[in-house]
Ligand binder design. Structure first.
Ligand SMILES: *Cc1c(COP(=O)(O)O)cnc(C)c1O
Length: 503
């Protein structure tokens, strides 16, 4: 099985090349040329397997130039039973049953307490192996623009991985106290963290312009470096995410909530469209899915798109209590458009160039109808996000974070509007402790001091334990304090690579 660009380049490449290159030369993203198939008997066999075994099998369907044993070597290391992995909970991705038709898929028991760990703990291993497979000898420097969670997860995944450097840019005022402290206190010899004056989209476009600077690329190459990305446009980020949709399904069969073959819904708090896209891929390879419900916060550009077929980013950008979803340009949507348009790369390229010129495109009815085949969507206001956290805790004693609350509210609205009572899984993307200021406020508690000192308040009020990786935060000292303007981002990269690391 080979990979192709979502745009006009007709070249076919291997999975290792797709992971190593990150982005296609024509600006497109890599997608599988054909989808593999997950037969229902195989799905049934996975029910009795551990998460690491499920992961190796499912990833092997997509990564055909890796053997299953090779992949199992990585998945066992990352998601296996040994306590040396970064996951602090013995069930890597527990499914929490709230009631008979609602469960929460908790994706935040990794080292940074957000779902990004699911992919970013293993992606550095896939990338290193891919670089070896294609004969690349230069060192890779990973550049990341983050809305908060990706940055920390990428730092944890890449820290001290031989042959790699990593540099993270975060929007100065766009992340929570806990997120900021997690990043600025990062350990490792090959890491750097810098704040950017601007919002996430500014930081992301700054990183993109560094990537597209050809003179810089040549200069770096002469010094033995090349740039790559850990953002969710890399295929190595998406494949590990397909696994947990299938794993959740297996767990629901195992605990008797559904019978094998029964369709379920997933409701996903969405930003860059990476998480829910992995759910779409799971459906495409054969997972019994009824609806994928895309939940947005106040930045509801995706909800508008799914409802109307019009993508329009010409609108105000809001900073919300669910900052990891504060995004107006959802990069991975391009991959979905490619599938929905019948793999019409010319059409995708036309939309993307319209988007960058005028901030707007409209898909034809045929594509919009295809979109509605599995996707539904809705958005949740700031007020409703907080109310949902408070109500859920009061009613059932289950504590959820701001992002998960957006999804849970949207699921409720979807059910009220459609009467669909299919068993639904809310994809829970972060520990509530990561966003404790907003969560405390939602519970009607006073919010004073920094988010880091308030971890204990939230634990006292709710009786929930602070996740192990956050316990130590209040005793750590920040290592990184630089802030740069967008136009100085390139200089920050060269300062890091040329001076501090002594090349
Ligand atoms: C990144 C993130 C999201 C959004 O996921 P996408 O793949 O970008 O759609 C939602 N919630 C949390 C907590 C996140 O970190």
């Amino acid at each position: 099985m080979l990979y192709q660009s979502t745009r006009v380049d007709e070249k076919r490449i291997s999975s290792a090349e797709a992971i190593a290159f990150g982005l296609s030369k024509d600006g497109g993203l890599f997608v599988p040329e054909v989808f593999p198939n997950l037969p229902s008997e195989t799905l049934n066999q996975l029910v009795s397997e551990s998460y690491d075994r499920r992961a190796a099998y499912i990833m092997s369907l997509f990564l055909r130039d890796f053997t299953i044993d090779e992949l199992y070597g990585y998945t066992e290391l990352v998601y296996g039973a040994s306590k040396s992995n970064g996951f602090y909970y013995d069930r890597i991705v527990p499914v929490y049953k709230l009631n008979d038709n609602t469960s929460f898929l908790e994706l935040w028991h990794g080292p940074t307490c957000a779902f990004k760990d699911m992919a970013l703990q293993i992606m550095p291993l896939l990338l290193s192996a891919s670089l070896k497979k294609i004969g690349e000898s230069r060192e890779v420097c990973i550049l990341v623009a983050t809305s908060g969670d990706t940055g920390k997860a990428a730092l944890e995944g890449f820290k001290d991985v031989p042959g790699t450097k990593i540099m993270v840019f975060y929007p100065q005022d766009g992340v929570s106290d806990v997120q900021k402290m997690q990043m600025t206190s990062q350990s490792g010899e090959n890491v750097n963290v810098v704040a950017v004056e601007g919002n996430f989209d500014d930081a992301q476009s700054g990183v993109k312009s560094v990537f597209s600077d050809e003179a810089l690329r040549d200069d770096l190459s002469e010094r033995g470096y090349f740039l790559s990305s850990a953002n969710s446009i890399n295929w190595g980020r998406l494949v590990p995410q397909v696994v947990y949709y299938i794993s959740a399904y297996c767990d629901l069969v195992k605990n008797g909530s559904i019978i094998s073959g029964e369709k379920i819904n997933f409701c996903v708090p969405t930003g860059n469209f990476g998480n829910i896209l992995a759910g779409y891929y799971a459906e495409r390879i054969g997972l019994p899915v009824n609806r994928l419900i895309c939940a947005s916060n106040r930045n509801d550009v995706l909800t508008q798109f799914i409802n109307t077929g019009v993508y329009d980013k010409n609108r105000p950008f809001y900073t919300t209590v669910s900052p990891s979803m504060d995004i107006l340009v959802s990069s991975n949507l391009e991959r979905l458009l490619f599938e929905l348009s019948g793999k019409d790369g010319k059409m995708v390229e036309a939309y993307m160039s319209k988007l960058s010129k005028s901030g707007y495109y409209a898909v034809p009815d045929s594509v919009h109808v295809e979109l509605g085949r599995v996707f539904s969507s809705g958005y949740c206001s700031e007020e409703d996000t907080k109310k949902t956290i408070g109500d859920t805790f009061k009613k059932s004693g289950y504590l959820i974070d701001t992002h998960t609350a957006v999804a849970y509210k949207v699921l409720g609205d979807y059910r009220a509007a459609t009467g669909d009572d299919t068993l639904s899984v809310v994809v829970s993307t972060a520990s509530p402790f990561k966003f404790n200021e907003a969560v405390l406020a939602a519970l009607g508690q006073p919010v004073e001091g920094s988010g880091v000192t308030m971890l204990e308040n939230l634990s006292d009020v709710t009786g929930c334990a602070i996740p192990a990786p956050l316990v130590e935060l209040k005793n750590t000292i920040p290592r990184f304090s630089d802030t740069v303007t967008i136009k100085d981002m390139k200089k920050a990269v060269t300062d890091f690579l040329y001076e501090r690391l002594g090349h």
